[in-house]
Ligand binder design. Structure first.
Ligand code: DON
Length: 337
């Protein structure tokens, strides 16, 4: 959609976080607030994920100065799963630009489960959003590289730059998903039939399955989120990973569909762009302020971490992060009030 604003300078307005000690205290309180909520189920449609320890729970905030505030199991490793979609989208958006990516993979909410085939069929084969599987597969197909191996190298290097350390594939998770991902293969074939994937669709699924199997921690997610919060600069390494306007677009697609069919409820309660994954991670971004990484494997029916949502909701309130919140302005002299 061309609204004719390309030439208008982007202004940015954000406020400060509380003092460091207060953030430490509130992160600890967020963990305590969410810990009693042991409901939900660990994902088992990818067989190896069923073995996750449901008691693990970590909460980490990394601010745009690179300070980490971590409580609980923030160094426990898990596969990044769908959270990779946000960061691969950012890499593709950096490479191809705003208009091409918006046209190829869409930006609207599907209102349907993350692995929906109907979402594609009901929209004439045009993926609706890169945060669900059809759009994510179409996005992975657009990753720069002359071969699937080159595309994979771009993804691994790119997500590692977001995390500020080399990320490796969890081979057991990769093999477990590769052996059971018939549905993603079907979605890729469907994309091919609509002319939306020009590469070998099964090779695209393989790269996508690898990206989902990259092993991360809640601390990594917080650094990756802080990079999107900081105009694309990793606040720990100082590396400019993507441009600031790429972060802006990435946060917009996360806000529309980052928590699948619960994305509206998430925005209402938390008011921040976030992205969840079926292994129990959620990354949340407070633009200009911080990234939040949480990990707790028990999921709600849509596939979002139950404790993770509660801890993030607590932090959004307590740290003043909701981007839709405002206080009444104190009238100045000459105001019309
Ligand atoms: O494609 C899949 O089914 C998984 N690799 C990722 C799904 C996922 O994380 C959805 N999350 N809630």
């Amino acid at each position: 959609m061309d609204l004719g604003v390309e030439h208008v300078e982007q202004r940015v307005a954000t406020g400060p976080l509380p003092a460091q000690e207060e953030i430490d205290d509130l992160v600890a309180r967020a963990l305590t607030h969410a810990t009693p909520h042991g409901e939900g189920a660990v994902a088992d449609y990818i067989p190896v994920l069923a073995r996750a320890d449901p008691a693990l729970f970590g909460v980490c905030v990394v601010d745009v100065d690179g300070h980490a505030h971590a409580v609980g199991d923030t160094q426990a490793a898990f596969s990044v799963q769908s959270i990779s979609k946000a960061f691969v989208y950012a890499l593709v958006r950096e490479h191809l630009g705003h208009d091409v990516v918006a046209d190829r993979v869409g930006v609207n909410n599907t209102g349907l489960p993350f692995n929906s085939v109907m979402a594609l069929e009901l929209n004439g084969g045009h993926p609706l959003n890169p945060m669900v599987n059809a759009g994510a597969l179409a996005t992975t197909a657009l990753v720069p590289g002359a071969s699937a191996d080159e595309q994979w190298a771009t993804i691994q290097a790119g997500l590692s730059a977001f995390a500020g350390r080399p990320l490796e594939v969890d081979d057991e998770v990769y093999r477990s998903e590769a052996a059971t991902n018939q549905r993603n293969r079907a979605i890729a074939r469907l994309l091919e039939s609509y002319g939306r994937v020009e590469l070998d669709p099964l090779a695209v699924v393989d790269v996508y399955t690898r990206q989902c199997a990259l092993s991360v921690t809640a601390h990594d997610l917080a650094v990756m989120g802080a990079t999107l919060a900081d105009g694309g600069v990793n606040p720990v390494t100082g590396e400019q990973v993507v441009a600031a306007d790429v972060c802006r677009d990435t946060l917009a697609v996360m806000a529309t569909n980052g928590l699948y069919e619960r994305s509206g409820e998430w925005l209402l309660e938390i008011g921040l762009p976030g992205k969840s994954g079926v292994s129990g991670g959620i990354v949340t971004i407070a633009p200009g302020k911080a990234g939040i990484g949480v990990y707790s494997p028990r999921l709600d029916p849509a596939g979002n971490s139950v404790r993770g949502q509660r801890a993030t909701a607590y932090l959004s309130r307590a740290l003043g992060l909701n981007i839709f919140a405002s206080d009444a302005h104190v009238p100045t002299r000459g105001s019309h009030r």
